[in-house]
Design a protein around this ligand. Structure first.
Ligand code: COA
Length: 327
């Protein structure tokens, strides 16, 4: 049976570091509060004119260099993002042009913090179709473009960044199993209402701050712990894995307290979970591929290891995936 194996990884983080102390100067908050409630110390934010397509392009270049590939080798580019450069054309098209990837087609996927997981499932299906050899899946978000920097409830939580993986065929390694969910009953708890067909952009939508992230933090917090832990436990169970069989668990990096609670419910020890939230905050679709790249580069995951990745985000959307690491 063909499997989609991750054969290279890449990432890009903007150079510009914004610390919690920097936020103390512009909103009523404190470094202590942010660290204690979220685990975040700093985040990276783009400079003016740096976009989701730019960050995705850099992440893919990093991935291609490590695998010694040419952009013309790419068959498909899938970009998971909720902050595309423009509503259309797709970010994937802009990235294809930046790279001169002349043999690629591609598209964007929008599912907020679960975007990368959903895109990875899609990329995996394309590989398993046996029609494509090299599929690149990117998670990238410029969250600073949709945040209200006067709203302390949301602006401290997010950062900008991009991560990418290359999928190729394997018979032994790669994505073994996954379980994904959406539930639109959660739509009102985490959303950006302005600019779509429901509320086309007007002076009123701008004045009413409808082009910014709105979040009911408590509701999202509660559902995130339950959603990620239930679906990840189910993935363990149906693959006959117990907690000791897992070398690394990579949860979506939204809040360290959520991540710890999920790992705990899965019966994992703290050292089995990968975390970099303190440096980058929540980069939405980018958290998991950035973690995958850092975990691999630092030797925290190696060939034949069992990796579980799990996400939760707007929609609600959530899921878990079991990967037998193959490089
Ligand atoms: N600095 C200081 N105080 C803040 C603050 C900040 N940056 N943000 C909120 N507060 C205040 C609130 O206004 C509230 O004050 P009040 O009681 O006077 O109204 C108080 O802190 C407590 O707020 P509460 O909502 O109980 O905090 P919390 O423990 O739930 O933490 C979040 C808030 C946002 C960190 C938390 O709910 C969370 O992480 N939710 C999920 C976020 C998430 O995962 N989002 C991404 C999608 S996956």
């Amino acid at each position: 049976m063909i499997k989609a194996n991750i054969t290279s990884t890449g990432k890009y983080l903007p150079k510009n570091i914004v610390t919690n102390v920097d936020f103390e100067k512009i909103i009523d908050t404190s470094d202590d509060w942010i660290q204690n409630r979220t685990g975040i110390k700093q985040r990276r934010l783009v400079k003016k004119n740096e976009t989701t397509a730019d960050m995705s392009t850099f992440a893919i270049k990093d991935l291609l260099k490590k695998r010694n590939l040419d952009p013309n080798d790419i068959d498909v580019i899938i970009i998971a993002t909720i902050t595309p450069d423009m509503t259309f054309p797709s970010t994937a098209a802009l990235v294809q042009k930046n790279l001169s990837a002349n043999n690629a087609w591609g598209f964007d996927i929008s599912s907020a913090c679960s975007g990368f997981l959903f895109a990875l499932e899609t990329g995996s299906a394309l590989i398993k179709s046996n029609r494509y050899n090299k599929v690149i899946v990117v998670g990238a978000d410029t969250m600073s473009s949709i945040l209200d920097y006067t709203d302390r409830n949301t602006c401290i939580l997010f950062g900008d960044g991009a991560g990418a993986v290359l999928l190729e065929k394997s018979h032994k390694h790669g994505i073994i199993d996954s379980k994904l969910h959406i539930d639109g009953n959660g739509a009102d708890f985490l959303k950006m209402e302005g600019g779509g067909s429901l509320n086309p952009t007007t002076l009123d939508t701008v004045n009413n701050k409808m082009h910014y992230v709105y979040q009911n933090g408590k509701q999202v917090f509660k559902h995130a712990i339950r959603g990620m832990s239930e679906v990840s436990c189910e993935i363990l169970k149906r693959n006959n894995l117990n907690s000791n069989d897992i070398q690394l668990f990579i949860p979506h990096q939204a809040n360290k307290r959520i991540m710890d609670a999920v790992a705990n419910r899965m019966g994992l020890k703290p050292q089995q979970m990968f975390s970099n939230i303190e440096y980058y905050a929540n980069t939405t679709a980018a958290t998991i591929p950035i973690c995958i790249d850092e975990a691999f580069e630092s030797g925290k995951i190696s060939k034949n290891n069992n990796l579980i990745i799990s996400s939760f985000g707007a929609g609600f959307s959530w899921g878990s995936m079991y990967i037998k690491w193959g490089i």
